[in-house]
Design a binder for this molecule. Structure first.
Ligand code: PLP
Length: 225
């Protein structure tokens, strides 16, 4: 783990280091998780590439059918996969800083251009400017985070519906949805063919080290991923 790398560099015990920069849960997962991992029967066999057990559990958890759900090595892998699937070099994405920095990083890995529409002083989305930029720049997708990292602000239904009306693929990152009073919008992907919703066990379950993320996708997109 990164803690051990930092331990060697700083000359401090790994247990004495608390990382604060990546929003990991300093308390770790519930003890049942360690017990379950200790009882893994087939760690020497490659996993089911379709993650059928996990997706069935997530379907029950979210109320969305398994055929809409895809599991990845963290939500981060899914962000990169989405971009590889929809972007050609030179295509554009919309990013609304200050926010999670992986969207911009993966855009540059995928040779895409980033149109930045900064949030307003209260950290809410600048909807008028987003509408203008989508019309003017014709981006392929927009990344939205609710609750947002780093400020925790949430996107209301009215604003989200306005953006879903635009001709752009909307990727809604719900990494922190369990820490807010919001309901997840995972089931919305059945009504909106241009919506993807991302979730992760890193934050909700304190399992950042296991790299397990998942997402809800329209059927028209999931088959390519
Ligand atoms: C932590 C975080 C992620 C990354 O999730 P992983 O599943 O660990 O890759 C994605 N989005 C946001 C907004 C985050 O803060």
């Amino acid at each position: 783990a990164l803690r051990e790398v930092l331990s060697a560099r700083l000359g401090r015990k790994p247990e004495d280091i608390i990382k604060l920069d990546a929003n990991e849960n300093p308390y770790g997962p519930p003890p049942e998780v360690a017990a379950a991992l200790g009882n893994l029967k087939f760690p020497y066999v490659y996993p089911d590439p379709e993650s059928r057990h996990l997706r069935a559990a997530l379907a029950e958890d979210s109320g969305l059918e398994t055929e809409h759900i895809l599991v990845g090595c963290g939500a981060d892998e899914l962000i990169d996969l989405i971009m590889r699937c929809v972007l050609e070099p030179g295509d554009k994405i919309v990013d609304c800083p200050p926010t999670f920095t992986m969207y911009e990083f993966d855009a540059s890995v995928n040779a895409a251009l980033v149109i930045k529409v900064p949030r307003l002083p209260d950290f809410s989305l600048d909807i008028a400017n987003i509408v203008k930029m989508v019309e003017q720049e014709k981006p392929k997708c927009i990344f939205l985070t609710s609750p947002n990292n780093p400020d925790g602000s949430v996107i209301n239904n009215e604003d989200l519906l306005k953006i879903l009306d635009l001709p752009v693929l909307v990727v809604l990152d719900e990494a922190y949805v369990e820490f807010s009073s919001l309901q997840s919008r995972m089931t919305w992907v059945k009504k909106h063919d241009n919506l993807i919703v991302l979730r992760t066990f890193s934050k909700r379950a304190g399992l950042a080290g296991l790299r397990v993320g998942y997402g809800a996708f329209p059927l028209s997109i999931i088959e390519y991923l």
